[in-house]
Write a protein that binds this ligand. Structure first.
Ligand code: PLP
Length: 440
């Protein structure tokens, strides 16, 4: 118990004597800013690695938790919370109907253990969809059902990584990737994207070396909403072929496609399976069917992948031994017939339009996203943490770009009701005017 510190330290209680709403908010932000309201992690018997990770807590989680506190103080309706990418749309009505039907007429044994890769029927339905989409000879053995995309990423990384091997990740990026890679003994190697957040193939080429095992791309992207186009995926495929040959080993392309069906402007998302044989797709129904709490996703290994059967066996082994065992049984049954369905993506597109048009009219510099439900504008001042704090004073919650490896920017997650976006716009405008947005 050496070095124990209280969980909450408040060094300036006088600040709580403010009795107006604004006073409370300013006191809260002041203390937060000085780290005096931060929950500290006492010295305990936990691993140093985890302790470090906890002390550097995720910015998304931090902002989300601050938001929860602000909501308690001011009421939920008075906070404009864009911190967490938590889909606000309901799952398709057909899913709820099927859930009710299953509950009313249960299938004998439907709650039992199953093969670690998941139900054959579900994997077959997904394989048919993949075959049609890619033109490749997918069948059920190429599909492993997973506990969301997060579970899928962990088991794929576990299956491929030896201690110290590197995974290249274009930045800005979804920060959890770092932890997933480190969970499996690997090292993340970040590579900057271009200013428009497209893939920088020259930088990727420079980063590939003897320790490289894979590149992990995410399109549509969290945090930028950017979609990698066909040409860049073709070039990436060529580069990976060339480098695999030069290094005398196979490099893998891992594609996180958690937002695959959330695309706008009638674009067709390129199919990476067609551009590189050693491709493994990880995805889920968290976003397209609005089921993040149900933890259902899958991994699909290209039928053209080297040693495909061994690879799949390794992924199934990792699913079992990392303790996932198998993906949730009920959800596997429910998503099988919904492979061509999704929530109404146009609703996200309309919100993108409203937000993007408003922010750019206030002077913010924003790359127009073509998918997912995020905007990643440039902060009008270099210190985006200070900027995000200023937005908080208008009760707007966003996440500093450094939480995604890109200081100077901030992320807005707009999977929220339209009225939340509308309510926040005057605050965004005031802060833009204060800092002269667009002049940096
Ligand atoms: C890029 C990316 N990958 C993976 C995940 C995890 O998805 P899931 O909830 O299906 O595990 C998320 C969740 O926000 C994400 O943004």
């Amino acid at each position: 118990m050496t070095g124990w510190k209280p969980w909450v330290t408040i060094k300036a209680p006088w600040l709580f004597h403010f009795n107006s709403h604004r006073g409370n908010l300013m006191a809260f932000l002041f203390l937060r800013g000085r780290g005096e309201l931060r929950k500290e992690i006492p010295d305990m018997a936990i691993s140093k690695k985890v302790k470090n990770a906890l002390n550097g807590a995720s910015w998304v989680r931090r902002m989300f938790e601050e938001g929860e506190e602000l909501k308690r103080l001011y009421g939920e309706e008075n906070i404009f919370d864009f911190s967490l990418g938590n889909p606000n749309l309901e799952p398709p009505a057909s899913l709820k109907k099927a859930l009710k039907a299953l509950a009313d007429c249960p299938i004998p044994g439907m709650h039992r253990y199953m093969p670690n890769c998941g139900y054959s029927d579900t994997r077959q339905a997904i394989a048919e969809y993949l075959k049609e989409e890619s033109g490749l000879p997918f069948d059920e053995k190429h599909v492993v059902m997973t506990v969301g995309a997060a579970g899928g990423l962990n088991i794929v990384l576990k299956a491929i990584l030896d201690e110290g091997e590197e995974v290249i990740v274009p930045s800005p990026y979804f920060m959890e990737f770092k932890f997933y890679i480190e969970n499996c003994g690997g090292k993340i190697r970040l590579v900057e994207t271009h200013d428009d957040f497209s893939l920088n193939l020259k930088e990727i080429e420079k980063a590939i070396g003897a320790k490289t095992k894979a590149i992990l791309i995410n399109s549509p992207n969290n945090p930028t909403g950017v979609v990698y186009d066909q040409a860049s995926l073709e070039k990436l495929g060529e580069l990976l072929k060339k480098k695999s040959q030069e290094l005398g080993k196979t490099l893998f392309l891992l594609t996180d496609e958690a937002y695959r069906r959330i695309v706008f402007d009638h674009i067709q998302l390129p199919i990476a399976f067609r551009n590189y044989p050693h491709t493994i797709r990880v995805t889920s129904h968290s976003k397209d069917l609005s089921l993040p709490g149900e933890r259902i996703g899958y991994v699909a290994v290209s039928p053209l992948c080297e040693d495909v059967e061994e690879m799949i066996a390794a992924i199934i082994f990792a699913n079992r031994t990392l303790g996932f065992v198998n993906a949730p049984a009920l959800m596997q049954r429910l998503v099988a017939p919904l492979q061509r369905n999704s929530v109404n993506v146009r609703e996200y597109e309309e919100k993108r339009d409203l937000f993007y048009n408003s922010l750019t009219s206030f002077g913010y510099e924003v790359v127009k996203p073509q998918g997912a439900f995020y905007l990643f504008p440039k902060a009008p001042i270099e210190d985006e943490v200070a900027f995000v704090k200023e937005l908080q004073s208008k009760r707007i919650l966003t996440v500093p770009g450094r939480g995604f490896g890109k200081p100077g920017y901030f992320r807005i997650a707009y999977a929220v009701d339209r009225k939340v976006i509308e309510g926040s716009l005057p605050g965004f405008k005031e802060v833009a005017e204060k800092f002269g947005a667009g002049k940096r």
